[in-house]
Structure formats: structure tokens, C-alpha cells
Design a protein around this ligand. Structure first.
Ligand SMILES: NC(=O)c1ccc[n+]([C@@H]2O[C@H](COP(=O)([O-])OP(=O)(O)OC[C@H]3O[C@@H](n4cnc5c(N)ncnc54)[C@H](OP(=O)(O)O)[C@@H]3O)[C@@H](O)[C@H]2O)c1
Length: 311
């Protein structure tokens, strides 16, 4: 067992603090969902450190507004906006086709949580399709650009929600079992971790590493499908009211750490929270990583299933 990676940063650290002193000039980054919630602050910190940042968004107007705001606050003129709908494979393909040159940092950040049952035109369950399959298609489509960067990093924004479900290979799309919004979210967020495990293994020779993370609890548009009463009930279940909400700047810190910290050079296939690598989950808690999310066999199987699904 290799030892866990620790850093000087904590749950209170902000994205700006973790990237302080790191020079990203000449690096190119893509942040999916970069016009909302923690995606905005992730993009802002990367741009502030000198990276060219592309906000990959489905709402172009929000993207342009965010880009202007980031330029105003950081002085960066290298904030770009490009259309990307992760639930639409044609949209992912056209984003990939329009990308030219190396890509140093890919932050797979966009996501939806606990939505009612929705399906893509292919019949795929929407949370799995958006949170995992869309990002899988994006990252594999951009593989050549990531390899060309030399030492590229892929950041897989997962969640402690992964503790709610492994990937249920026998019925990923809820065709046989009853749909449960949180089980679907949990499955998709486990898939985000498994992706980091397998991508790191497959792409080691290209110098690409991928890590997953839990950003913390942050009030954003993510809770659009969840009532306050349900949130309160969940927090009570986890004991003591649960951890305090983070600000978006704190919520973006672990993503930015995983994307940029020299402490993670050459490190991949791991799961971080509160700016440090997480240990195994202890039953009854909502911290740490489930063994099934780091399982190399499940990671390989998910990769194969994802390729077949998208074929
Ligand atoms: N907030 C938390 O407490 C928390 C906790 C654990 C994990 N996370 C994870 O953190 C990530 C960011 O969440 P957030 O809190 O910042 O939520 P957010 O404010 O709702 O941002 C999510 C982003 O994903 C985008 N998105 C959703 N479906 C998409 C699609 N089909 N194609 C392209 N973009 C799509 C949304 O675009 P629109 O604005 O167009 O809808 C939005 O920009 C998510 O992966 C989430 O699972 C968050």
C-alpha cells in the first residue's frame, strides 16, 4: 500500500491559495461546466495562474458572461468559450473536432445530481450519460491532444455521493431495476473515480495522469432537483448536521490542486477530498473512498462497457 498524499492545504483553502506560486503560462486548460458553481472558480484560478482556459458549456450566454467576469478579475485575455453538451454525443464530437493542439489540463467538472428519470435519445440514463459517458467520450476524443502536452492531467470531479452506489454493471441504465435518483448519481460518481483509475493505467506511456476528487458541499445550481427539506434530512442522517457548506472558492480548491500541484507530479488513479488524498471510507461516515471505486477490475470493465456503449 503506497502512502496517502498529504498537502499543506485543508477544507478551508481556496482555489487561489492552492495555485499561488504556480505558473501556468503556456498551458491550456478546458473546464466543463465552467459557467456555473465551482466550475467558475476552477476556471478563474487556472486563468489567474496564467493558463489559457476554455469554458466548455451548453449555455453560451452564461459562458460569455463568465469569461468576461474572469477577465475582469484576473486580467487574463485568454478565457475562451466553446459549446459542449455532454448528453449529446454529436456535440462532444464537434468539440473534440474543433480542438487543435495540445491540452495540458482537462477538468471534467460538469454534472447533474439526483434528477428525476431522464434519458438521452439513445435511452441512456441521464446522470450516467452526462457525468460519465459524456466525459469519457470527451477525454478519449482528446487523448491525442493530452498526450501531445507532455504530463497532461485529467481531473475527474466525483463526489462523496459515490458512496451510495457502485457501478451496477447488470443494469447501468435502470431498465430492470426501479429508478432511484441518488443511486443513479452515486453510480455516475463512482464511474468518475473508476475512469481516473483506468485512464492513468492506459495512458501512463503518454505521461497523462488522472485523479478524482470530492469538492465538498457547496450551495450551487447542483441542488436544483433537491428540496431544502431533503438536504436537511440527509445532513441529519450523516450525524451532527454534517460538515459546513464551503464557498465556491473553497469548493474549487481540490480540483485546482489536483490539476496543478507539483505534489501530484506523476500521481494518478487516486481520490482526493479537502485538498488531500482520502483514505478508505469508514462505514457510517460520508468521508473517504469506497474500495469499489478504486477497483482496477471494475475500472477496466467500465472502460470496455463505455467504449461499447458509445460505438
Ligand atoms: N456542489 C456540491 O456540493 C458538490 C458536491 C459533490 C460533488 N460535486 C460535483 O461538482 C461538479 C460541479 O458541480 P457544481 O456544484 O458546481 O454544480 P452546478 O453549479 O450545477 O454546475 C454544474 C455544471 O454542469 C453543467 N452541465 C450539466 N449538464 C450538462 C450537460 N449535459 N452538458 C454540459 N454541461 C452540463 C451545468 O450547465 P448548466 O448551467 O447549463 O445547467 C453547470 O454548468 C459536479 O460534477 C458535481 O457532481 C458538487
Amino acid at each position: 500500500m503506497t502512502s496517502l498524499i498529504t498537502t499543506p492545504f485543508t477544507a478551508e483553502s481556496t482555489a487561489e491559495e492552492v495555485v499561488d506560486g504556480i505558473d501556468l503560462a503556456g498551458r491550456r486548460a478546458v473546464v466543463t461546466g465552467g459557467a456555473s458553481g465551482i466550475g467558475i472558480e476552477t476556471a478563474r484560478a487556472l486563468a489567474g495562474a496564467g493558463a489559457e482556459v476554455t469554458l466548455a458549456v451548453r449555455n453560451l450566454e452564461a459562458g460569455e458572461r463568465t469569461a468576461e467576469d474572469i477577465t475582469a478579475t484576473t486580467g487574463s485575455k485568454q478565457v475562451l468559450v466553446a459549446p459542449l453538451d455532454l448528453a449529446d454525443q454529436a456535440s462532444v464530437a464537434s468539440f473534440v473536432a474543433s480542438w487543435d493542439g495540445p491540452l495540458h489540463i482537462l477538468v471534467n467538472n460538469a454534472g447533474l445530481m439526483a434528477s428525476p428519470l431522464m434519458r438521452t435519445p439513445e435511452g441512456w440514463e441521464m446522470q450516467f450519460a452526462t457525468n460519465h459517458l459524456g466525459h469519457f467520450a470527451l477525454a478519449t476524443g482528446l487523448h491525442r491532444s493530452l498526450a501531445a502536452a507532455g504530463g497532461a492531467r485529467v481531473v475527474s470531479v466525483s463526489s462523496s455521493g459515490h458512496l451510495r452506489s457502485p457501478v451496477v454493471f447488470s443494469d447501468i441504465h435502470f431498465r430492470e431495476r426501479a429508478y432511484e435518483p441518488w443511486a443513479a448519481y452515486g453510480q455516475s460518481k463512482t464511474a468518475n473515480v473508476l475512469f481516473a483509475v483506468e485512464a492513468t493505467k492506459r495512458w501512463a506511456d503518454d505521461g497523462i495522469t488522472a485523479n478524482a476528487l470530492m469538492p465538498g458541499g457547496i450551495r450551487t445550481n447542483l441542488q436544483r432537483y433537491v428540496t431544502d427539506a431533503e438536504l436537511d434530512r440527509m445532513r441529519a442522517q450523516t450525524g451532527g448536521g454534517g460538515p459546513a457548506w464551503k464557498t465556491p472558492e473553497q469548493g474549487a480548491a481540490t480540483s485546482v490542486l489536483v490539476a496543478t500541484s507539483p505534489l501530484l507530479d506523476g500521481v494518478g488513479g487516486r481520490y482526493f477530498e479537502d485538498c488531500n488524498e482520502a483514505g478508505p471510507n469508514q462505514p457510517g461516515t460520508r468521508r473517504g473512498v469506497a474500495a469499489y471505486a478504486l477497483d482496477p477490475d471494475a475500472a477496466e470493465r467500465l472502460w470496455q462497457v463505455s467504449v461499447q456503449t458509445l460505438a
